[in-house]
Design a protein around this ligand. Structure first.
Ligand SMILES: O=C(O)C(=O)C[C@]1(C(=O)O)C=C[C@@H](O)C=C1
Length: 360
């Protein structure tokens, strides 16, 4: 005979008590790991280990929970265990409610100390100056392209990339009421204004578009001006007590933004191989015919895949460029090590920005 609701709830309560015991046993082990690491002076956060834990559990998952549920649950479990070892301070483009904050929480889980910053430059400064151990910065959007400020700051920073994560970005129009009537000004980050331009042209063609430092800042301003509207994520609407007057107004339904996680090499050296890794480089080549083609040759020869190739002007006044390259693999693999060695010998400038596990 099928179980009654109260019988099922009693069974769930029993399982929850078992989970509670097991989770605390896990936390106790993490505490021991923490002591061991303090003794050795080794880093608390080990992204390759966390990636291996999640990949391993997803592979072993018999269901009915989905693989993505497993990733969410264990990211939170490991976040709590990590915080027991030592609290991790994470800088991002604030204030509270931004997509950058959401990306930081998606990557590190919720057991972190928040360091909201007023600009991308400030995230780099806070992280290289030590007021945060890690920084989370946007690098690329699939509709608007690269976030040029982040790429330019990567060039001279002592920080390196130790992880990445990407978010499906849904922009909502928010204000003090839930109608579109009487909106005179739309305030948001320039990237959000650009990502919603077709919708704005159709629905609010006469509203002024005003760029501010973050979408959450736009939402904060909209909360104080009845004729203004902000464009931001759901968290910002909740944070500033705004109504969503129009949902998901981004022009591309699959609007994704990729974020890089950065830190000083003394906080965390390049993560070891996780099995699904990426190497990010910045290079420049001598200004001669065929030089860009030449740097691709070692990749082909050693069978290394390139997943990204961006250029930024070198600002030398000579039409020279820096190339931002992502390669799939890890320098511990002989073919990657050989490709990097050959590539380096062809470059006028060569900087490894980071080696890290591939993100979601
Ligand atoms: O294995 C470790 O090094 C741990 O510190 C444990 C643990 C975990 O909870 O599994 C926590 C933090 C690290 O980032 C990786 C994994």
């Amino acid at each position: 005979m099928a179980k009654t609701l109260s019988e099922l709830r009693i069974a769930i309560d029993t399982v929850d008590r078992e989970l509670l015991q097991l989770l605390n046993r896990r936390a106790g082990l993490a505490n021991e790991v923490g002591e061991l690491k303090r003794g050795e002076g080794s880093p608390v956060f080990r992204p390759e280990r966390e990636a291996q834990v999640i990949n391993g559990l997803q592979a072993a998952n018999p269901g009915p929970l989905k693989g993505e549920n497993i990733a969410h649950i264990w990211r939170e479990v490991m976040s709590a265990c990590r915080a027991l070892e030592a609290p991790q301070r994470v800088a991002y483009l604030g204030p509270h409610g931004t997509f950058s904050e959401q990306a930081a929480l998606q990557f590190f889980g919720s057991s972190i100390e928040h360091v909201p910053c007023s600009s991308i430059d400030e995230v780099f400064r806070a992280t290289s100056g030590g007021s945060a151990q890690f920084g989370v910065v946007p690098v690329e959007n699939n509709t608007e392209g690269v976030v040029t400020r982040s790429l330019d700051l990567f060039l001279n920073t002592p920080l390196h990339i130790v992880g990445e994560t990407s978010l499906l970005v849904r922009h909502h129009l928010m204000r003090t009421t839930n109608s579109l009537e009487g909106i005179e000004v739309v305030v948001a980050h320039p990237q959000a204004l650009a990502q919603c331009q077709a919708w704005l042209n159709t629905h609010l063609p006469n509203a002024e578009r005003r760029a501010v430092s973050s979408n959450a800042e736009g939402a904060r301003l909209a909360a104080g001006h009845p004729n203004w509207a902000g464009i931001a994520g759901e968290r910002a609407a909740a944070e500033f007590g705004l109504h969503i007057a129009a949902h998901a107004i981004q022009d591309d339904a699959f609007n994704r933004t990729r974020f890089a996680v950065v830190c000083l090499p003394q906080t965390l050296q390049a993560p070891e191989a996780s099995g699904r890794d990426c190497v990010s480089l910045i290079v420049s080549v001598p200004n001669k015919p065929g030089a860009v083609h030449d740097i691709l040759v070692p990749l082909k020869q050693h069978g290394v895949s390139m997943t990204r190739f961006e250029s930024r002007p070198a600002r030398s006044g000579q039409w020279e460029y820096y190339f931002y390259i992502d390669l799939e693999g890890h320098p511990a693999q002989p073919q990657m090590a050989a490709a990097l060695q050959d590539l380096r010998s062809l470059c006028a400038f060569y900087k490894v920005l980071g080696t890290y596990p591939l993100g979601e």
